[in-house]
Ligand binder design. Structure first.
Ligand code: SF4
Length: 473
């Protein structure tokens, strides 16, 4: 193909790895710059009225890019092809393709081509051909980006030397990009991850810092992007002293497969059994199994520290008192399910739900979250709407809740010290030993905060070190 494929809309890590995977199949690929508020302005200028925020940001970002290139004398309609994910609704997502074409025409690019990938069927329309081996390469790329990103958010808050984790992430990202471009197999990628772990082992970490764990959920684009589109909420929370749990893109794909399975099961119930339906059911189930196993495999080099993909069945059960899982559109029941999951299974001190301005499914979820909050009064939950402006207001609301989360993390840690009858300075002196400054020390799953998890998992060593000191004295 002569044209360069343009794509965007995820995080910089995902986009780099996707570029590698696509280039491995002989395409020329380029990801768009991160969307900013100028993209939003351009989007509002050319899109129809009443769209949701992600539409304005993503469509505006493409037009902004094309206008810049056109002003440099590049014939963009011959040079580029835009590839994006689409669906048939039921929310505004179903109108993305039309909206892209409409806005491109308004901006003077009426012959510009857009190719749509169907997210639930893994098929494509237009000039970009989605073959099974390309799907597999894209899955590897996205999973790797999820894992590396998750690790970054888990480790950075505890690094002793600021910037050391990001330095290693930059290095492994370049390696993974090159490997994907060379169509590396799973084993080669696995060994790159092992090399990444070895280099992380050389960095010192301080796990005595007590920090609240914050889960960022919400509408898919709004909770995934690391741009003006959500006020860079992940990195901002980290700077405010939190340990952030971002949502993996793999969870979204797992959800699509789960819904597809449920749809086929319902068709069998209502329309009757057929071998074709059975074949489709088995194929989707097998795909989900293989994809989840690959995710597990990529977690393995890091002692399974990156967050596991929760069972979709469990999530649908957790959401069921509040939201029917067959009501699809946006994140469907997932926003509610992830909130309940975080509180019930003690996964985070606080949940931030990011809702883009004009998002119908997130508005529905927010209604249901009120009932979740009355059933789980201990939950520290905040839903914020991102509209491009209003950043100061959103951040100051989150800061107020963050104060509560910091207090909760502190209380969890102090009561653990009290129960174990040890002091903070005892804990600090044990964790100043080089073996406890390693990135992948033992962590318990009985607590939320990383300091508490580290203290509980290593309590016996702490006790025995204290006894040895007493004997010497
Ligand atoms: S989920 Fe909300 S923000 Fe996302 S495309 Fe649908 S309406 Fe827009």
């Amino acid at each position: 193909m002569a044209k360069t494929i343009l794509f965007g809309g995820l995080t910089p890590l995902h986009e780099l790895f996707i570029k590698g995977a696509v280039e491995g199949f002989g395409y020329r690929a380029q990801f768009l710059p991160n969307p900013d508020n100028e993209s939003l302005r351009v989007g509002r200028e050319y899109c129809n009225r009443g769209m949701c925020n992600p539409t304005y940001y993503t469509v505006g970002n493409l037009i902004k890019f094309l206008k810049e290139k056109a002003s440099q004398g590049i014939p963009v309609e011959e040079e580029f092809l835009f590839v994006t994910v689409g669906a048939c609704g039921p929310c505004r997502f179903g109108m993305y393709e039309t909206e892209y074409l409409h806005a491109l025409k308004e901006a003077g690019f009426k012959n510009f081509k857009v190719s749509i990938l169907n997210q639930s069927e893994f098929s494509s329309e237009g000039d970009f051909k989605l073959t099974p081996s390309l799907v597999w390469a894209l899955v590897k790329a996205v999973w790797l980006a999820d894992i590396v990103r998750d690790l970054g958010y888990q480790l950075r808050p505890y690094e002793v030397e600021r910037g050391s984790v990001d330095r290693e992430i930059d290095r492994v990202s370049r390696e993974i990009y090159e490997a994907l471009k060379g169509r590396a197999g799973v084993l080669e990628l696995y060994s790159l991850l092992k090399g990444f772990r070895r280099r992380l082992e050389a960095i010192p970490f301080d796990y005595t810092r007590v920090k609240p764990v914050i889960s960022v959920i919400g509408e898919f684009w709004a909770h995934t992007t690391e741009s003006d589109g959500n006020y860079h909420i992940h990195r901002w929370l980290e700077e405010e002293g939190a340990e952030v749990r971002p949502e993996p893109v793999a969870g979204w794909i797992d959800y699509q497969l789960f819904i597809e399975t449920e749809k086929i099961k319902r068709q069998m119930k209502v329309k009757g059994f057929s071998f074709d339906r059975l074949k489709r059911l088995l194929a989707v189930r097998a795909m989900a199994f293989v994809f989840r196993s690959l995710y597990q495999l990529f977690r393995a080099p890091f002692s399974f520290r990156p967050k596991a993909l929760p069972s979709q069945k469990l999530l649908s059960e957790l959401a069921s008192p509040y939201f029917d899982y067959m009501v699809v559109g946006g994140e469907g029941h997932l926003e509610v399910a992830k909130h309940v999951y975080s509180v019930k299974y003690k996964k985070a001190h606080m949940v931030v739900s990011v809702k883009p301005f004009g998002c119908m499914p997130s508005t529905q979820s927010d209604g249901a979250q009120v009932k979740v909050l009355s059933d789980y009064p201990d939950s520290i939950f905040i839903s914020v709407e991102t509209s491009g402006d209003g950043e100061v207001n959103v951040k100051s609301r989150v800061q107020m809740k963050l104060y509560e989360a910091k207090k909760a993390a502190d209380e969890e840690f102090k009561s653990l010290l009290k129960n174990l009858k040890v002091s903070y300075s005892d804990f600090k002196s044990l964790f100043s030993l080089p073996e406890f400054q390693k990135p992948f020390i033992k962590l318990s799953s009985n607590f939320i905060g990383t300091a508490s998890r580290a203290l509980w998992a290593n309590r016996l060593k702490l006790k025995s070190s204290l006894e040895t000191v007493e004997e010497v004295l």
